[in-house]
Structures are given as C-alpha cells and as structure tokens.
Ligand binder design. Structure first.
Ligand SMILES: O=C(O)[C@H](O)[C@H](O)[C@@H](O)CO
Ligand SMILES: [Mg+2]
Length: 390
C-alpha cells in the first residue's frame, strides 16, 4: 500500500458563535495589557482537516486546530512531499522524516500540530486497512468504557454556573472542570471572585464528585502560590496550567508544594517535551492533545513514559483521536469531555466538522470494537456554515 495524495483543507466556521462574556476564562494574555478581549487569540473557530488517500482507495482523516492556515501551509509545502509514495505502515519512519526534516524550525507548536494531523490520518488508514479500530493497534481495550469529566463551566454569573453544573450532574457526570475568570491583574477582588466560583460549583456537585480547576496559563508563580493554600479546602483533583508552558520550573515548584496536584501538557509537544515535564516532576497529570503533540505515534510513546513514571495521562479535549489513546493504556484513567454546544471557544467545533464522535452517557464514552480506524467521517450537516479553504 502506498500514499497517493494528501489533501489539507481549512474549515472556517461562519455560523453563530457565542460572544465572550466578561472574565470567562483566565488566560496567558491576561498578563499583557490590551484593549481587546484577552481570550480572543484562544478561539478555535477554524480547523484543518487532512485526508490522505492510498493507492488502493483507503482515505484516512486527520485534524489539527492550532493555527489552521499555517498548519495547512506546512502540510502542503513540507510534509505532504515527505509521505507521498510511502507505505503508511512505515509510520515511525514517516514520523521521523517529518520531525527531522522540519527540525530547524519545527519541534513544537504548529509544526507538531501539522505532523499530528498527517499522523492521525495515517493511523486511520492503518486501522481501516485491517478492519480494526485504532485502539486495537495500540494495546486494545483496557476499559469496559471510558469515564469522562464534564468540561466547560467557563466563568459566568455564579447562578448560571450552578445551573450548568446541576444540568450535567443530572446527566450522570461525577467529575467537572471549571474555569477561573481572574488572575494577578485582578488583584484581591479577583482572588475573592475565584474562590466564590469554586465554592458555588462545589455547593452543587458536592464532595463525592471530582472538581478540576482550569487557569489556562492565566496566572503566574507568585499568584498561584498564594491561591493554592486558599483552594485546598475545596479538594480539587488538579489545578491546570497555572503558568505558561515554558515555565517548567514554576510548574515544578507548585507541584512540589503538594497542596493541589498540578496538571498540564496541552501546550507541550513531542516525547522530549514530556520527558522534561516528567523528569522534573513538573506535573502530576499529563494532558497532551494527540492532534498537537505529534499524533498517535508520539502519544503512544508518551503513554508508555507516563506509565513508567506512574503519572496519569488524561488527554486534553476528549475528541476521537484522544479517546483511542485513553482506551489503549491503563496509564489513562479517564478522558475530558466537551458536550456539543453552540460554538464558543471552539472546542465544540469538532462535532460540527466530524461525525462519529461518541456522546457521553452517564459520564462515560464508549468506543466500538468493530468500527475501523479512528471512527470519524466528515459531517455534511453543517457544511453550509463553513467557508472551506482548499
Ligand atoms: O483544558 C481545556 O479544555 C482547554 O484548556 C480548553 O480547551 C480551553 O478552551 C480553555 O478552557
Ligand atoms: Mg486546559
């Protein structure tokens, strides 16, 4: 079998989006003075979809949401020529070709996202060519079904957050991730607001549910050190991305305080990036995203590293490319889960582009033993709400 063609298209959402409201998510831009809404650079309203076709007509689907137009340019210009004419079963060889050919300017960020998209499509082909789901090629079914945590609860009006938490508690979720709205720039008022929001959500979900707290790189080391002792009484399962991804020493210092486990990884890339995080004990939970980190070829290696370090892997975002990794290793106890909503930050967009994404039932998602490949097809229902860039 040989790769015959690589097609990368950018799906630009032109449908309805929920406008940002107030301080709905602390983020890395909060620490930089700006007149625009700080979360604007973290909206994922476009997505690059990759279709790789083989000479015997199998089409594999890959995707990446980081800087979609740049990812497409990297695929078209540099990566496609490296894989066309090659055997997709030589996936490690192809991964190394892409990783090393772009090493002078790649390694992390959008290049690894582009490599991930190609690698996902290759693994989709592999599964389809032997009529097996991808997780069966990685280690098989390690769970009867995948426990998942409800992830949204952006910082809005506290009563709204409580209503949202109740709605999904009633749907059987026993784990919830909420977003802080405030950080160092908001002074003591922001500290109080942050604590109020955690208290409000805990009031609804109680203490026999897991609560995860998301900072999305919006704090700094000094602020996080002040916040951790104040958060301890709410028994969070983890505090996520308190500092920017490059501040590995900051992560390690916060994690070593042993007050609340620190999680991160959705903005880290490659096996080497996670080797650093693990050997420096920077995180207690690893959260790569398979469509960023280097695809399934890289994520599968990182799963093994996490198993060796006894650090749980709970990939960012849910989404089918991550579910196969969670299903295939005992190092991953659960998945993140974004329900389908109106398009807001953009994580939800995955449902509008692809069909086949599992819907959670009673706090679990299930993968089918008999659906070959990743189990995704393109969703034609919303195509008229996308501008597609070839
Ligand atoms: O952990 C997450 O789900 C991400 O950080 C979100 O995608 C981002 O939107 C911030 O909540
Ligand atoms: Mg996150």
């Amino acid at each position: 079998m040989k790769i015959k063609s690589v097609r990368a298209r950018v799906f630009e959402w032109k449908g309805k989006t929920v406008p940002p409201q107030g301080n709905f998510c602390s983020n890395a831009m909060d620490l930089v003075y700006s007149k625009t809404e700080s979360m604007s650079t973290f909206r994922f309203h476009s997505w690059t979809v990759v279709e790789i076709e083989t000479d015997d007509g199998i089409v594999g689907l890959g995707n990446v949401a980081l800087a979609p137009k740049i990812a497409k340019a990297i695929i078209d210009e540099y990566l496609a020529p490296l894989v066309i004419g090659q055997d997709p079963w030589d996936y490690e060889y192809l991964w190394q070709r892409m990783y090393r050919a772009t090493h002078a300017w790649g390694r992390k960020g959008v290049t690894m996202g582009a490599i991930s998209a190609i690698d996902l499509a290759i693994w989709d082909i592999l599964g389809k060519s032997v009529n097996k789901p991808v997780f069966k090629l990685l280690g098989g079914r390690t769970k009867e079904k995948i426990p998942c945590y409800y992830s949204k609860l952006y910082r809005t009006d506290l009563a709204e957050m409580q209503k949202e938490a109740q709605t999904f508690k009633d749907q059987g979720f026993t784990a919830f991730k909420m977003r802080f709205g405030y950080g160092p720039a908001h002074l003591q008022h922001g500290v109080a607001e942050n604590l109020k929001s955690v208290e409000a959500v805990r009031e609804v979900i109680g203490y026999d549910a897991d609560l995860m707290l998301e900072c999305y790189m919006g704090w700094n080391l000094e602020y996080a050190k002040r916040m951790l002792p104040k958060l301890a009484k709410f028994e969070p399962r983890w505090l996520e991305e308190p500092v920017i991804a490059d501040d590995i020493d900051g992560y390690a210092e916060l994690n070593a305080m042993n007050i609340v486990p620190i999680s991160g990884g959705e903005h880290e890339f490659s096996l080497y990036g996670f080797k650093q995080l693990l050997e420096r004990k920077a995180v207690s939970v690893v959260q790569y995203d398979t469509n960023r980190v280097g695809g399934i070829t890289a994520a599968h290696k990182i799963n093994a590293l996490c198993e060796a370090y006894s650090v749980p892997v709970i990939p960012h975002a849910g989404q089918m490319h991550n579910y196969h990794l969670t299903m295939s290793t005992i190092a991953s106890p659960m998945s993140e889960y974004f329900p389908m909503f109106d398009v807001e930050v953009g994580n939800e967009l995955f449902y509008y582009i692809f069909k086949g994404e599992p819907v959670a039932e009673n706090g679990f998602v299930q993968l089918d033993d008999n659906t070959p490949g990743l189990g995704l097809t393109l969703n034609t229902e919303f195509l008229d709400q996308f501008n597609i860039v070839e």
